[in-house]
Design a protein around this ligand. Structure first.
Ligand SMILES: *Cc1c(COP(=O)(O)O)cnc(C)c1O
Length: 405
């Protein structure tokens, strides 16, 4: 086993060897520009792009004509939210989203607030979920867009997309969902799930970094977006720029593999995730599951460990590559905004760890990681006076702490 063991699959994934193989010819022999209409180099590239469009559309129940290529989900999110805001701004200036969204959504919304738009940031429930009822209560006559993620990248909670989408369609409001963590991992169908716009990113589904796609509904309703990148009018005028042909071929192949293997992969990941949770919670008490116990991704396990110091725990388990809700692993000093929005206290947020189970995760790796976590939590708790008091049956909430003079 090679350490550190990679368990940060929500941050990025390695390129699947089958994806790499599909991409390689497009860096060398078949290097044409997909927009070159006058010769075979261009036609071959265009054919490859068309095939990828088909593979991507198929994974999410869309039509190939509804796929717009991007550089990834951050760009897709910007294009979706700003594109809708600019196109429909005369109709209304109100947008609904959630506090648990990815920064790309939150920062884009804050940018629009500075331009005169009004944004409602719904507070999710304690599991990170936003319901259709929450959305219904926030809808206004001037609401033009609801932006809620399909599945959360930190805690794996899956939102009730179908119900939220149905509500939006009933009210004539456009519904955008950040599908980065969900599409390819759980069954997603933009028709059945009533989605108008959805983004995905290749590097989260075993494709290359720097390429993604945006689904934009063409009928019932036809969604229009103001382009955020002007130029040659590629991608039906929604996103100019020469297409990243090798990247797009890789994204297409990645989608095809996800579609073929989704069911088996989700089952295998969920089994490993539950096994890991079982290993840890059978040895340790005071472990909290962050996220929803049922409505969650099969490949994500986010746990907090009471009475241990987050940074010491992370250092202790450095043979496992994971992410934490703690401030020390992120660029900002704040603990995770997602955990905060779910009312997870700062102490628990600091000791939270996200374990990602990926396509290449083995049972052996799960056992190694679980053992390391158990050993380290036990070691740290042995040094914790608080944990000792709890073990003695003292209710910490009733303790009168001596003030310092
Ligand atoms: C990774 C991620 C993004 C950003 O995607 P990039 O392609 O890296 O820009 C957006 N939303 C979610 C939920 C993500 O997990």
């Amino acid at each position: 086993m090679k350490t550190p063991i990679y368990m940060d699959y929500q941050a990025t994934t390695p390129v699947d060897p089958r994806v790499l193989e599909a991409m390689l010819p497009y860096f060398s022999d078949t290097f044409g520009n997909a927009a070159s209409r006058n010769h075979a180099y261009g036609w071959t590239a265009e054919e490859a792009v068309d095939k990828a469009r088909q593979q991507i559309a198929s994974l999410m129940g869309a039509s190939p004509k509804e796929i717009v290529f991007t550089s990834g989900s951050t760009e897709g999110i910007n294009l979706a939210i700003k594109g809708v805001a600019e196109m429909y701004g005369a109709k209304g200036k109100h947008i609904i989203t959630s506090q648990a969204e990815h920064k790309a959504v939150l920062d884009t919304c804050m940018h629009l607030e500075k331009q005169g738009y009004e944004v409602t940031y719904l507070k999710p429930d304690k599991t990170g979920r936003t319901t259709a009822e929450d959305v219904a209560a926030a809808l206004r006559d001037d609401t033009i867009l609801v932006a809620l993620m399909w599945a959360n990248n930190e805690v794996g909670t899956v939102n009730p997309i179908r119900e939220i989408g149905a509500l939006c369609h009933e009210k004539g409001v456009i519904f955008f969902t950040d599908g980065t963590q969900a599409i390819g991992k759980i069954p997603c169908d933009v028709e059945a799930d009533n989605v108008d716009i959805a983004c995905l990113s290749a590097h989260k589904i075993y494709g290359p970094k720097g390429v993604g796609a945006l689904y934009v509904r063409r009928r019932k309703p036809r969604v229009r977006l103001v382009a955020q990148m002007d130029g040659g009018g590629h991608e039906r005028g929604m996103r100019s720029g020469t297409l990243n042909v090798p990247g797009i071929v890789g994204l297409g192949k990645a989608c095809e593999l996800c579609e073929q293997e989704l069911e088996a992969e989700a089952k295998r990941a969920a089994e490993l995730r539950d096994y890991m949770q079982e290993l840890i919670t059978s040895e340790l008490d005071h472990v909290h599951l962050n996220g929803h116990p049922e409505h969650r991704l099969p490949n994500c396990l986010n746990l907090s460990f009471n009475y241990v110091e987050g940074e010491s725990l992370l250092m202790g388990i450095s043979d496992v590559a994971v992410s934490s809700g703690s401030a020390c692993t992120s660029a900002s000093l704040e603990p995770s905004h997602v955990l905060r929005s779910m009312d997870v206290g700062d102490d628990l947020a600091h000791s939270s760890i996200r374990f990602g189970i990926g396509r290449f995760t083995t049972k052996e790796e799960v056992e190694f990681a679980a053992k390391l976590v158990i050993e380290n939590v036990k070691r740290l708790r042995e040094m914790s006076p608080l944990y000792e008091m709890v073990q003695e049956g003292i209710d910490l909430s009733t303790v009168q702490w001596q003030a310092e003079h």
